[in-house]
Design a protein around this ligand. Structure first.
Ligand code: MEV
Length: 326
């Protein structure tokens, strides 16, 4: 096969440190890329095929959106990942970024990070109904990403506007801090939870106040990251979790893992859309937090921050023996 006909790419997952849900309404937020990746091998083909099966009409909305935006032909995709699906750790954003890079290379489109971040964001919007670019920008760029951060802290990356909101995306230095992820094992797709928050906000002024407050504390958290102040950041993360609970996006399993982690951490909160999925704890005692998570029915996932965003690969690791996730 000719090199132009087949491309292998990958993109990292992410964890949101502060500001999920409020970021959908243009409030500040911060996320870090993690060292779990989504890999895909993409070839031009006659039919649209995903992991050996011809795609059904309306299936794989993220990939369809990317093909449409790039006026691309059909592709065959083989994908593997070690990011659990719908876990709050960015599996769909990493899928979107890696497919966008592959499609852009195959069909000879612009391959700047900004173009890929835009494709991936449009894909999330199309699939979710409403979205912010925090997940897709982090999975595309890697490192740390802040949204609408007025503190002059990092390099401006790109600006994305849609649905009446504007998100200014900046790079931030990855803080020298340890986070432990606790996975509830509960499958929690983002779209319905984002929709639930939208309805709550539409009906109830109180929801808008909570969202405004989450935006304010995200700014305080960004300042704490800049100062390297773990105590302050941890306290803000726990406050953010309480606000997310009031907003109705936590669940008893997440609350249990957050409460179990707190005695061994600076702070803890759900990460991503909630409703299941994962929580994170900021800690200097990762083993104690892992044990507390295990004892309370969760799965600790040891993650490290990742500096590399979306990239071209020579091959898929482990011969593609990770569980297939699409
Ligand atoms: C999901 O990882 C983060 C949300 O804020 C949705 C989004 O920003 O698109 C819940």
């Amino acid at each position: 096969m000719n090199e132009q006909d087949c491309v292998i790419t990958s993109a990292p997952g992410k964890m949101i440190i502060l500001g999920e849900h409020s970021v959908v309404y243009g409030k500040p937020a911060v996320a870090l890329a993690i060292d779990r990746r989504f890999y895909c091998k993409v070839q031009r083909s006659q039919d649209f095929v995903v992991n050996g099966y011809r795609a059904m009409a309306g299936s794989h909305p993220h990939i369809r959106s990317i093909l449409h935006d790039n006026r691309a032909g059909n592709i065959t995709v083989s994908a593997v990942t070690d990011i659990p699906t719908s876990s709050g750790l960015g599996s769909s954003a990493a899928l979107s970024s890696s497919i966008a890079l592959a499609v852009r290379r195959l069909f000879e489109r612009d391959v700047t990070e900004e173009a890929i971040a835009n494709d991936a964001f449009n894909a999330e919007w199309f699939a979710q109904g409403r979205a912010s670019p925090i997940d897709t920008s982090t999975c595309t760029h890697g490192r740390g990403v802040a949204i609408n951060n007025p503190v002059d802290m990092g390099k401006a990356l790109w600006k994305i506007s849609k649905g009446g909101n504007t998100w200014n995306v900046t790079d931030i230095d990855v803080p020298d801090m340890t986070f432990v992820v606790g996975y509830t094992g509960i499958y929690a797709p983002t779209g319905p939870i984002v929709e639930k928050v939208r309805k709550f906000k539409e009906r109830n002024g109180f929801a808008k106040d909570i969202i405004d407050e989450m935006g304010l504390i995200a700014l305080l958290g960004l300042n704490a990251i800049r100062r390297g102040d773990k105590e302050d950041l941890g306290e803000i993360m726990t406050r953010n979790h309480k606000l997310l609970s009031i907003l109705g996006v936590s669940c008893k399993e997440l609350n249990k893992l957050v409460n179990a982690s707190l005695p061994h951490s600076y702070g803890a909160k759900l990460t991503g859309s909630g409703g299941g999925g994962s929580m994170i704890a900021l800690t200097d005692e990762p083993e104690a937090v892992c044990e507390a998570i295990r004892l309370h029915g969760g799965t600790p996932i040891v993650v490290h921050t990742e500096t590399e965003g979306v990239r071209v690969e020579n091959n898929v690791p482990n011969n593609g023996t990770f569980p297939l996730e699409l």
